[in-house]
Design a protein around this ligand. Structure first.
Ligand SMILES: NC(=O)c1ccc[n+]([C@@H]2O[C@H](COP(=O)([O-])OP(=O)(O)OC[C@H]3O[C@@H](n4cnc5c(N)ncnc54)[C@H](OP(=O)(O)O)[C@@H]3O)[C@@H](O)[C@H]2O)c1
Length: 344
């Protein structure tokens, strides 16, 4: 099993290269092995482009090498015609000996059918290799299909005594430079960033990727009464922006205003809106009211909390997690980064 797992780990490593470019598709990597040697590799590079299996098969110039080779892929090969033809059909055309994959594709158009097609072509199929790791790798994709909502990552920085801002709403500078840089990397990895009204009003955040390379996420914020001034960074037209409000439904100056009904459960309606537009993951960057409202409803999956050595004595309290399991802890210069998941 050792070698099988190692090849699958390599497939997952390749899959990760698609991070930030393939949503709402899953991240998928593929390795082709013959006589214990990798002869082909590929990954899904960009939404709409070829799937990992196609790229891996095409990377083998001499197709006669595929005779008796094994194929490793972290997600079940697709069985349906999407933007590209079914990968299961392509694999079935070649004389592979075995196909190994980690996770069944939750998409009902695929779920088990990809594996069946390959098996019907006389190729042995093994599923569930590093299943947990595959689930974690594509946690955003599985959330979309299984929970029918984006994967929700909460993020904040708190002082040693548990505040996210001074009483006058000033929150500079709780975390250090490197922590802030890391947040820019995280933004490049998620489809959207989402903040509450006070955060936009008092921090005037840009919510873009400046201190890292990568694409900007969609920025989304709540502003029920449209109080945020037009000169705020969120209106600088530099990236797709959505303002959830009670007043208007229109696109104006490149900002999409989405009108909500005050009687609705706002977090639910907003998450549905994200799901409908294909937002597979959202980084919720505060403040406490927004984050706490999601925690109370169990609407979060991961929390990334920086604890800085600074103390404020008083101020706005940081969110309080519930049903949280600490997954990792590391120092980012002076800040302690704690990563939690929600115990479901
Ligand atoms: N240290 C950090 O990591 C960090 C991060 C972000 C922000 N901050 C600081 O946090 C402070 C703001 O925190 P905050 O808790 O006051 O603000 P917030 O969550 O940004 O904004 C609160 C307002 O947003 C609206 N809102 C939030 N969640 C809602 C929900 N679920 N449903 C409906 N409306 C919702 C409400 O607007 P209405 O009042 O119009 O109903 C609410 O009053 C600022 O000082 C900012 O600098 C710190």
């Amino acid at each position: 099993m050792g070698d099988v797992e190692n090849y699958m780990r390599r497939a997952m490593e390749l899959a990760l290269l698609g991070q930030g470019h393939v949503s709402p598709n899953p991240m998928v990597g593929c390795v082709i092995v013959k006589e214990d040697r990798i002869i082909g590799e590929g990954w899904h590079q960009k939404h709409g482009d070829a799937h990992a299996e196609v790229n891996a098969i095409h990377s083998v110039a001499d197709k006669s090498q595929l005779q008796g080779a094994d194929l490793y892929v972290n997600l079940e090969p697709c069985a349906h015609h999407g933007k590209t033809p079914p990968c299961a059909d392509l694999i079935a055309q070649y004389p592979f000996s075995k196909v190994y994959f980690s996770n069944i594709d939750p998409n009902p158009l695929v779920a088990g059918k990809g594996a069946e097609k390959i098996f019907a072509a006389g190729i042995k199929v093994y599923q569930g290799i590093l299943e947990k790791e595959g689930q974690k790798l594509n946690r955003r994709f599985f959330s979309r299909h299984e929970k029918k909502r984006p994967f929700i990552i909460l993020k904040w920085a708190e002082t040693a005594d548990g505040f996210i801002a001074h009483s006058n709403y000033d929150s500079k500078w709780i975390s250090g430079e490197l922590s802030r840089k890391l947040v820019h990397q995280w933004r490049s990895q998620e489809d959207a960033v989402f903040v509450g009204t006070n955060t936009v009003l008092f921090d005037n955040p840009q919510l873009n990727v400046r201190d890292w390379s990568g694409r900007d996420p969609i920025r989304m914020f709540i502003d029920k009464q449209l109080q945020v001034p037009q000169g705020a960074h969120v209106f600088d037209k530099s990236q797709p922006t959505v303002c959830f409000n009670f007043i208007k439904q229109k696109v104006e100056n490149q900002v999409e205003y989405v009108k909500l009904d005050p009687h609705d459960d706002l977090s639910e309606v907003i998450l549905n809106n994200m799901q409908e537009r294909g937002v597979m993951s959202v980084l919720v960057e505060g403040g406490t009211q927004l984050i706490q409202s999601l925690i109370e409803k169990g609407l979060w999956d991961e929390a990334r909390v920086f604890k800085s050595p600074t103390a404020f004595g008083e101020g706005i309290r940081a969110p309080q997690l519930q049903h949280a399991v600490l997954q990792s802890q590391e120092m980012i210069e002076q800040d302690q980064l704690n990563i939690f998941t929600r115990n479901e």
